[in-house]
Design a protein around this ligand. Structure first.
Ligand code: FE2
Ligand code: FE2
Length: 293
């Protein structure tokens, strides 16, 4: 199958549309939470940002889909818009039910191809990190399984979204005359570079905002289970394993996001070398002499 062909378009659109899962957020089995679970949920600082991102993505996709001349691609874009809006409704239900702090300021509409592309690359970065964070949080049981199992469907949908996006953009660039990988590479690298820079900017914003992140020892203690023994290597390994697991089920002829997993694998290779290089620089305990190798 040639990437960018009609056969490719049929496959990535049909794969996405046919795997739609019908559900209504308010009808899901939301559990009663004990005080510790509620405190942990309320200390997570991302609810307002997540709610805003999902709801505005739904509106952006609904608007952008109208500009798509191909009926099948338009149907798939509309469906993704519906699913993003449903993620927003699911988060709104969570916020209301458990009394979380999430005040959202509506963002201006921007239903353009550029906005969808930026959003798609953002999702490739966010989903990769989200797969690992979710797995580590589930393993550490920081929230009851009855609640985390509700979010499993969101992660499955995000996996479908990023696979749809990387196939859509390869097909879209091909129809614009940029079918060869060498012609697409600069735009791909710029896309991921922009997404990483936007995420780094958001991280800095979270770190600097007075009320945006857990800022007290008491709040951090709520997550001691998951933070205990957490290293960069363990986090990246969890992201890679989970990413591989989500990607395994898609048709082998479809493209998968490759850049972020490749960077993560490179980081796993580089981190031990950096650690080794830094080790001799560590001051030896007072009065002792560093052992010779
Ligand atoms: Fe979403
Ligand atoms: Fe998504």
């Amino acid at each position: 199958m040639r990437i960018g062909s009609d056969e490719h378009k049929e496959l990535f659109c049909r794969t996405f549309v046919d795997s739609f899962l019908p559900f209504e957020p308010a009808e899901l089995p939301w559990p009663q939470l004990d005080d510790l679970a509620l405190a942990r949920l309320r200390a997570i600082p991302i609810w307002a940002m997540a709610l805003d991102t999902e709801a505005s993505a739904g509106r952006m996709l609904a608007g952008f889909a109208k500009s798509e001349p191909d009926a099948l691609v338009r149907q798939a874009l509309e469906l993704q818009g519906y699913e993003e809006d449903r993620h927003g409704r699911l988060l709104a239900h969570l916020v209301e039910r458990y009394g979380l702090d999430a005040t959202v300021t509506p963002q201006p509409e921007n239903p353009t191809r550029r906005a969808f592309i930026d959003f798609g690359y953002n999702e490739c970065v966010d989903s990769f990190a989200g797969f690992g964070i979710f797995k580590l949080a589930c393993d550490a049981q920081i929230l009851p399984t009855a609640l985390t199992s509700i979010f499993t469907r969101v992660l499955v949908e995000e996996a479908r979204h990023i696979v749809f996006f990387v196939n859509w953009i390869a097909w879209d660039r091909a129809r614009r005359g940029y079918a060869y990988p060498a012609l697409q590479a600069p735009a791909v690298l710029l896309g991921y570079g922009g997404a990483i820079a936007r995420r780094a900017g958001m991280g800095a914003q979270f770190g600097g905002a007075p009320n945006a992140a857990p800022s007290t020892g008491a709040e951090l203690n709520l997550f001691a289970d998951v933070l205990d023994g957490l290293t960069a290597e363990r986090f990246i390994t969890a992201c890679l394993r989970e990413n591989d697991r989500y990607m395994r089920d898609f048709d082998p002829r479809l493209l998968r996001p490759r850049v972020i997993p490749a960077l993560a694998r490179a980081a796993l290779w580089v981190l031990p070398i950096v650690e080794k290089l830094r080790a001799p620089a560590k001051p030896s305990p007072a009065g002792t002499t560093a052992a010779k190798p």
